[in-house]
Design a protein around this ligand. Structure first.
Ligand SMILES: NC(=O)c1ccc[n+]([C@@H]2O[C@H](COP(=O)([O-])OP(=O)(O)OC[C@H]3O[C@@H](n4cnc5c(N)ncnc54)[C@H](OP(=O)(O)O)[C@@H]3O)[C@@H](O)[C@H]2O)c1
Length: 308
């Protein structure tokens, strides 16, 4: 299949491209960071007038996975109009074009559409109640996609992994700081379901392959606090877990409101796929193996010209 990926320089986009390249022709959309990626790149800013039509005409994909977003919660609070265009309007526009051209469309949404006040696990049927600009514009994006293209897949995700710049994910945050012997805080009152981004990518491709449509939680199966996640990373990498202090998110300097409970059920996804969702322990083991095998450097090298 010919797969178009927006946000190909992002944490999900670049790892998805690497996973998809094994079986598919990949075309990534990038604003200029990718200088020597091993897949085809179209340079474009999705906010520019005719960019979307030009990209679609130039790429003619069978599948489109839309990973581009304004995914920084603080920036969304500061620039709500920018967040609305990127997180709501552009997904709706892409979904509409894909519906007309018979292109299978996957929209990437977020676990944080929930405000976290439920005391048990969140199901796809639960009514979202977004706590801030990021989550509200992402939820409105889900609705715009659903309306324009009912056959689309909408995936609410949460992932960690190795990124282009080496600093995008929570996993990298703990590894980078602990390797330098620095003390860090880990939120003990934010529960989430982390998944290795490569597992997320493989699941998204499987969902397309199986012809799914509709809303799915595509997150890890083990709920834990961000502090616990840091401890698990430290143990796997042989780093000092006592450098991590449990802290409340309420005492942090973050300006955007965070949900305390983002424990999401993956029962719907595992049922339709007919197999278990990859376990947290195997994802974390792969994160470490990737580190040992130079995967972070490989991903990082895509942003530089290759040396000849
Ligand atoms: N990280 C998580 O755990 C998490 C959790 C929940 C949901 N999500 C969702 O997952 C998706 C991917 O997130 P991520 O963590 O991979 O995000 P990311 O690393 O911040 O990547 C965002 C991507 O969007 C691109 N982009 C932003 N504005 C653009 C524009 N005007 N034109 C073209 N491209 C533009 C960025 O390009 P530049 O590199 O040029 O800025 C980058 O490639 C997003 O929809 C996000 O909401 C992520």
């Amino acid at each position: 299949m010919k797969l178009l990926i927006t946000g190909a320089s992002g944490l999900l986009g670049v790892n998805l491209a690497v996973e998809a390249m094994r079986a598919h022709k990949v075309i990534g959309v990038d604003r200029g960071k990718l200088k020597s990626a091993p897949f085809q790149v179209i340079q474009a800013d999705l906010l520019e007038g005719s960019a979307i039509n030009s990209i679609m005409d130039a790429s003619q994909p069978d599948w489109l996975i839309h990973c581009a977003a304004l995914a920084n919660l603080e920036q969304c609070e500061e620039h709500p109009d920018h967040a609305r265009i990127l997180n709501t309007e552009i997904p709706g526009e892409l979904a509409n074009i894909c519906a007309k051209k018979d292109i299978r469309f996957v929209h990437i949404s977020t676990d944080s559409v929930f405000d976290g006040t439920k005391e048990s696990i969140y199901l796809e049927e639960d009514e979202p109640s977004p706590p801030g600009v990021y989550s509200r514009t992402k939820l409105e994006g889900e609705r715009a996609v659903q309306k324009a293209n009912p056959q689309a897949i909408i995936a609410r995700v949460n992932f960690y992994g190795w990124s282009l710049g080496g600093r995008r994910s929570l996993g990298e945050f703990f590894v980078n700081n602990l390797r330098e012997g620095k003390s860090v805080n880990g939120f003990a009152d934010v529960i989430f379901c982390p998944m290795l981004v490569n597992d997320t990518a493989r699941l998204l491709l499987e969902m397309l392959q199986k012809g799914l449509s509709g809303l799915y939680h595509v997150v890890g199966t083990q709920a834990m606090s961000k502090y616990q996640f840091g401890v698990e990373v430290a143990r796997t990498f042989g780093l000092r877990e006592n450098l991590i202090s449990p802290q409340s998110v309420e005492n942090s300097s973050l300006t955007a409101k965070r949900s305390h409970n983002l424990w999401l059920s993956t029962h719907k996804l595992s049922t339709v796929l007919g197999h278990e969702i990859p376990a947290f322990s195997t994802g974390l083991a792969e994160f470490y193996t990737q580190f040992q095998q130079g995967y972070p450097q490989k991903i990082g090298s895509y942003q530089h010209f290759a040396a000849f």
